[in-house]
Design a protein around this ligand. Structure first.
Ligand code: ZN
Length: 188
C-alpha cells in the first residue's frame, strides 16, 4: 500500500461529478487500501476518490464515535439520504469542518443531523448505515466530493469570501497543486 498525493482545490477532478465504479478488480482493491492509508496518514476521517485524482464514486471513512464504536470502511457507488438541514447559524466550534483538499483551514457549516448511507463494499455487498451527528457530517462531506462540491462551496457568503481569500493567498484554486501526507508540512 502507499500514501497518495492529495489534490488541492483548483484541481479540475475536485470540481467535476465523478463516474460510477463499474469494475471491481484488484486495482480497485489497491486503490481503497491506498486511500485508507492516505486518510490515516493525513490524518483525516474521510477521503473521496477525486481527492486522490480518481474521478470515481467512492470514498473511505474512519472515525470513532463518543461510545467508542469505530466506523471504518469503503463506500462505493453510494447513495445518501439526509434529514432537512437545520436553520440558524453554524457554531464556530461545534460545526467547524475541514477538508484535506483545503489543508489547514476550518470553517463552520450547518449540516443535516441525520443521514442514511447506502453503498456497496469491495466485494459488492450492499450495506446501509444510519448516521447521526459527526458521522452524518462525514458522509455528507464525502458524498459532496463525488458531485464535485467542496464544503467551502457551501459556506454562507461572509465565510465563503474568507475561505476564498485564504485559498488565493495560498496560491491554490488553480490546477496543479497537491500535498503528500508525511512529507509536506500541511494538515487539515
Ligand atoms: Zn473534503
Amino acid at each position: 500500500m502507499a500514501v497518495l498525493p492529495i489534490r488541492i482545490t483548483g484541481e479540475p477532478v475536485l470540481h467535476a461529478p465523478a463516474e460510477p465504479v463499474t469494475v471491481f478488480d484488484a486495482e480497485l482493491e489497491q486503490l481503497v487500501g491506498d486511500m485508507l492509508e492516505t486518510m490515516d496518514a493525513a490524518p483525516g476521517v474521510g477521503l473521496a476518490g477525486p481527492q486522490v485524482g480518481v474521478g470515481k464514486r467512492l470514498f473511505v471513512f474512519g472515525w470513532t464515535d463518543e461510545e467508542g464504536t469505530e466506523w471504518r470502511g469503503e463506500a462505493i457507488n453510494p447513495e445518501l439520504w439526509i434529514s432537512p438541514a437545520p436553520t440558524g447559524w453554524a457554531d464556530e466550534d461545534e460545526d467547524a469542518e475541514g477538508c484535506l483538499s483545503v489543508p489547514g483551514e476550518r470553517f463552520e457549516l450547518l449540516r443535516s443531523q441525520k443521514a442514511i448511507l447506502r453503498a456497496v463494499d469491495l466485494q459488492q455487498r450492499p450495506f446501509e448505515i444510519e448516521a447521526e451527528g459527526w458521522l452524518a457530517r462525514i458522509f455528507q462531506h464525502e458524498y459532496d466530493h463525488l458531485d464535485g462540491v467542496l464544503y467551502v462551496d457551501r459556506l454562507e457568503t461572509g465565510l465563503r469570501k474568507t475561505a476564498e481569500k485564504a485559498i488565493k493567498k495560498a496560491r491554490w484554486g488553480v490546477p496543479g497543486h497537491s500535498w503528500l501526507p508525511g512529507e509536506d508540512d500541511l494538515e487539515a
